[in-house]
Design a protein around this ligand. Structure first.
Ligand code: SAH
Length: 254
């Protein structure tokens, strides 16, 4: 029986998909992709005869039915998710259904949008002396967030934070982040459509970011990043410090 391949399509720029993902799309007989977020250009390598389904108008059952019928007919099925499927990808429920049906599958990782956002911002999330932790989270919308993961509680760490699926509530979000412990002057940036041709970046602080984002009219397909990693202060790493020895290099003085 053929294996269903879940593929992370990357954040938007088609060149940011893995070689493996590109090959599997080229070889696919059936492609199911999340049309609301995946850049259609990532499918440009698909074969002429490939059947292409946009999952944005389908239910879980319909997606699984297409996969099952395809596999049973000996066809190669790929399921394309935006970024990396493991981050708000809703692919676990599909894998559970495939398990139930005894259909094999594997997962090809992708470049998540939070990584593309750091690249666009030209910033490092984990700066020595600033933060060594990245919190990936979201505000509740129609999907609930567990009580122990409320924004205020996570903000208390003052770690680097990246918020998915939350830019439409930017005003409330910035208030809650401050209530939780980030000072009002904490730098924050919104990256809209990271790596796409119409990418936009809006920067500010927790005090003024919401207004700037609203003025820019950004309401979706954006990440909110928060923390002093966006500032200019940090310590140099030990890894490349000349006075510091490690397994691959002897110290050579300052
Ligand atoms: N699996 C995806 C995330 C899916 S959830 C990943 O790994 O990136 C969808 C949310 O991801 C959007 O609401 C937005 O917050 C974010 N997102 C996806 N692609 C984006 C991009 N290119 N730029 C900025 N944010 C993006």
């Amino acid at each position: 029986m053929k294996t269903v391949h879940f593929i992370g399509a990357g954040p938007g720029d088609p060149e940011l998909m893995t070689l493996k993902g590109q090959r599997l799309i080229r070889e696919a007989d059936i492609i199911i992709y999340a049309g609301s977020l995946v850049n259609p250009q990532v499918l440009s390598g698909a074969g002429q005869s490939a059947e292409i389904y946009d999952s944005s108008s389908m239910t879980l059952q319909q997606v699984v039915d297409v996969m099952a019928a395809g596999v049973r007919a000996g066809k190669q099925v790929v399921r394309v998710h935006t970024g990396d499927p493991s981050i708000y990808g809703a692919h676990r429920e599909q894998m559970a259904e495939l398990d139930r049906l005894g259909i094999p599958y594997d997962v090809v990782p992708g470049v998540s949008s939070f990584l593309a956002a750091a690249a666009s911002l030209k910033r490092e999330y984990t700066l020595p002396g600033v933060s060594q932790t990245v919190i990936l989270t979201r505000m509740e919308g129609r999907t609930q967030v567990p009580e122990t993961e409320q924004i205020e509680g996570l903000a208390a760490h003052q770690a680097t934070m990246v918020l998915f699926l939350s830019v439409s509530q930017i005003g409330l979000l910035c208030q809650r982040l401050q209530k939780g412990g980030y000072p009002a002057d904490t730098p924050a940036a919104v990256v809209y459509k990271a790596s796409w041709e119409d990418e936009r970046i809006v920067t500010g602080t927790l005090e003024d970011l919401a207004e700037r984002v609203e003025q820019a009219g950004i309401r979706r397909t954006a990440l909110v990043t928060v923390g002093r990693f966006l500032g200019d202060g940090f310590q140099r790493s030990k890894l490349y410090d000349g006075a510091f020895s490690h397994g691959y290099r002897k110290g050579c003085g300052p």
